[in-house]
Design a protein around this ligand. Structure first.
Ligand code: R1P
Ligand code: URA
Length: 298
């Protein structure tokens, strides 16, 4: 791809129709997508597809696997970490997939509620936590060290399909619900104490709880996903977004007990949750109605 001529600076797409960063092309990506951070998680989940049709790793490290589940096309896309990677993925997927797009993020998080290692948290909505450079780099300091954005809701229908399936797969007592803080760093902006940097974050998690009393988790992509879904245009019903999104997060870090998940539990949780996530996408959009497979969807 780096050696191919791109169509334009605004929408870099190759002559064969492949997007520049994610290297997605019409016909290779489904309208139902599970997105994860870790490519290994994508491969673990892909074992639960009924059939794999297509796989590609882009030169920037995005992995797309498309297959069939319960007779319908479904893609798994591993994007790496952070909001800009979510932005590349959602925008480039939207460039090549025709019709409605439903996206479930299946990620990991740090729990700031009673949920602990082995539990899963479903996001009812998400907000951004952003390091405020005007505080750190100005003299005198301006504002608070971290900015909290307004929250954006997850899609309620897709989220209830997801939580119903996760409840059934894991047991309802292991599935928590609430708002998720999407930080621009794993460290300073998630309130992790450090002596090697000045982060001014000792009050960050208490402040998150004061502003969002139902905040349950911290991670790094869900708010960008929900924000882009809400900002998407172009559905047949022009006033509705063309993308709907939900998010479930495995608890990798218990921030109150300062415990981190083991690789074995992480793999097992991905295996147990894979079909629940796939089933939720199929429950939500059970047929090809309204899609345009001939025009580019798998
Ligand atoms: C940090 O370890 C990463 O894990 C979380 C965060 O959002 C961040 O991307 O999600 P994933 O496990 O999906 O990558
Ligand atoms: N991912 C995050 O972003 N934070 C955590 O604490 C664990 C996983």
């Amino acid at each position: 791809m780096p050696n191919e001529q791109m169509s334009s600076a605004d929408r870099p797409i190759s002559s064969t129709g492949r997007t520049y960063h994610v290297e997605m092309q019409a016909g290779e990506v489904a309208n139902r997508i599970v997105t994860v951070g870790d490519p290994q998680r994508a491969r673990t989940m892909a074992k639960h597809l009924d059939q794999i049709l297509f796989e590609r790793t882009s030169h920037r490290g995005f992995l797309t696997i498309t297959g069939i589940y319960r007779g319908l096309p479904l893609s798994i896309v591993a994007i790496g970490m952070g909001a800009p990677m979510m932005d590349f993925f959602v925008r480039e997927a939207r460039m090549v997939v025709r019709g409605p797009l439903t996206i479930v993020r299946f990620g990991s998080c740090g729990s700031i509620c009673n949920a602990t290692i082995g539990d899963v948290i479903a996001a009812t909505g998400a907000f951004a936590i952003t390091r405020n450079f005007a505080y750190f780099d100005n003299a005198p300091r301006v504002g608070q060290p971290y900015d909290l954005s307004p929250a954006v809701d997850a899609d309620p229908r897709l989220t209830s399909a997801l939580t119903a399936r996760l409840d059934a797969a894991l047991g309802a007592s292991h599935v928590y619900r609430g708002q998720v803080g999407n930080a621009d760093s794993f460290y300073g902006s998630q309130g992790r104490p450090a002596s090697d940097f000045y982060d001014a974050n000792h009050d960050l998690i208490p402040r998150v709880h004061r502003v969002f009393p139902d905040a349950v988790a911290l991670e790094m992509e869900s708010h960008m996903l929900f924000h882009l879904a809400r900002s998407s245009t172009g559905s047949e019903n022009a006033h509705l977004p063309s993308i709907r999104a939900a998010c479930a997060l495995m608890v990798y870090a218990d921030r109150s007990g300062n415990v981190f998940i083991s690789p074995e539990i992480s793999k097992r949780l991905s295996q147990l949750s894979a079909t629940a996530v796939f089933d939720a996408l199929v429950d939500d959009m059970p047929s090809q109605d309204g899609l345009h497979p001939a025009a580019g969807s798998v």
